[in-house]
Ligand binder design. Structure first.
Ligand SMILES: Cc1cc2nc3c(=O)[nH]c(=O)nc-3n(C[C@H](O)[C@H](O)[C@H](O)COP(=O)(O)OP(=O)(O)OC[C@H]3O[C@@H](n4cnc5c(N)ncnc54)[C@H](O)[C@@H]3O)c2cc1C
Length: 417
């Protein structure tokens, strides 16, 4: 690391303890291979030990390290933001996922339940989120409501001790595998759009839920359409008060931004080169015959990487001093999403013909192109760059608010497509 944070003795001790736990828990030689930038040794240890995401979720989920900020009684440490920071930085250093396959559970649903859930809900769901035993999805976006999420139409109607839900969600990541979903539904159409919403936990196996996977440009199906037909949800699955769903959803959305802001492409995996000093080796790798423009783009990418790391460093050092995540979550999300697109485009350009055609055995070329295609979604998922820029303008720069023609108007009276 080029910019070293000055850590307190308590922080140094915590980092050392977590390192010791990793040393005891990971396959032998894993950490040394990473520290020595020995990619071959690392891949060999990973393959021979049978390490996998799912098992790792269980291992870290049963330790206290998966969610240091969560209450002790639900599998966390009742800790400080800097503890989460230390854990995430060590995980990233040793090529381990911060969230694993249950990103939406650990990153979004868990923090929402910690803040707004009942004691019964926390006791029932939180530990199984951490261990990955129960995977979650986020049922917010609809065909007619994405950026303007509060205009959504899926209806939940109270019927005795239950709610009956009808409507459609879309873009629902992992719905085809999820055990539970965070559902935002309209419970009072006569109130203005933000006031008539309620937040629910939905068991994805409930009768009346139909999940249809959507095929993406990468060939995989990360997300789905989800249809609700007379789906019955127990009253005990409501999170927060009736009509207070927007406030609960904002906790989910804020955590989503922070979780996605941290996701960045690994420069080594898209360009190749040594992990210890990837940028110097990229410059050396570029053959002299490549166009000068590619060289210039590479240097520009290096400059942007420095900016990204400095911004992350600033946010991390604030967190190590005890500050709560601030508006930098949105700034980092916008910057990282667009930077990842530029960087993966450059990787394709620099690869020449190999960027568009390759032998089936050339897994590096395949993963480079998949990364390039997947990066297109980064400026849409978790809030589009345009909408986040509006929010930054309003909340950070104090500029006038975006036009809200439907402010205070009952949802039922708003014109929709
Ligand atoms: C890979 C991926 C995974 C996703 N996973 C989930 C999920 O698990 N659960 C879930 O609920 N949703 C999910 N989403 C949906 C995501 O949150 C929405 O796509 C996003 O909020 C944008 O909504 P939209 O697609 O309806 O676009 P729209 O809101 O229709 O926007 C269309 C265009 O108009 C622009 N625009 C809209 N409003 C404004 C404005 N006020 N000012 C300036 N420009 C504006 C947008 O920036 C965009 O360019 C996922 C999306 C992607 C790409």
């Amino acid at each position: 690391m080029r910019w070293e944070l000055e850590e307190s003795p308590e922080q140094v001790a915590f980092r050392r303890d977590f390192g010791n736990w990793l040393e005891k828990t990971l396959p032998q030689g894993w950490m040394q291979a990473v520290d020595n930038s020995d990619k071959n040794a690392f891949e060999k240890i990973k393959a021979e030990s049978g390490w996998n995401f799912i098992a790792w979720m269980g291992t870290i989920g049963r330790s206290l390290y998966a969610a240091p900020l969560w209450p002790k009684e639900y599998g966390g440490m009742s800790g400080e933001p800097w503890m989460q920071q230390v854990v995430r930085s060590e995980l990233a250093r040793y090529r381990l996922p911060a969230f694993g396959p249950n990103l939406l559970g650990v990153g979004l649903a868990g923090p929402t339940l910690v803040e707004h859930g009942t004691e019964e809900q926390k006791g029932r769901y939180l530990r199984k989120i951490l261990t990955g035993e129960e995977v979650w999805c986020q049922l917010f976006s609809e065909p007619g409501a994405g950026s303007d999420l509060a205009s959504l139409s899926t209806r939940a109607v109270e019927d005795g001790d239950e709610w009956v839900v009808n409507g459609q969600k879309v873009w629902t990541t992992l719905a085809q595998f999820a055990n539970f979903g965070m559902l935002l539904a309209r419970t009072d159409p006569e109130k203005p759009k933000h006031e008539g919403l309620t937040y629910f936990i939905v068991d994805m196996k409930t009768a009346g839920i139909e999940v249809r996977p959507l095929k993406q440009i990468t060939g995989s199906s990360e997300f789905n359409e989800v249809f609700f037909t007379d789906v019955r949800i127990p009253g005990a699955n409501r999170v927060g008060a009736i009509g207070d769903g927007w406030r609960v959803a904002r906790t989910t959305l804020m955590n989503e931004r922070t979780a996605l802001a941290g996701i960045s492409l690994d420069p080594v995996s898209i360009f190749g080169g040594s992990r210890r000093d990837p940028w110097t080796s990229y410059l050396a790798m570029l053959p002299a015959t490549r166009p000068a423009t590619t060289r210039q783009k590479l240097v520009q990418t290096w400059i942007e990487n420095e900016i990204k790391e400095l911004t992350a460093f600033r946010a991390n050092s604030a967190r190590m001093k005890g500050a709560q995540p601030g508006p930098e979550g949105g700034v980092n999300k916008v910057f990282n999403a667009e930077y990842n697109q530029r960087r993966s485009t450059l990787a394709i350009d620099a690869a020449g013909l190999n960027g568009v055609a390759w032998l089936p055995s050339d897994k590096d070329a395949e993963s480079r192109t998949t990364t390039f295609l997947r990066a297109r979604a980064a400026t849409i998922e978790g809030g589009t760059s345009e909408v986040l820029r509006n929010q930054m303008a309003e909340r950070i720069l104090d500029l006038p608010r975006d036009l809200e023609i439907d402010k205070g108007v009952p949802w039922s009276a708003i014109r929709r497509s």
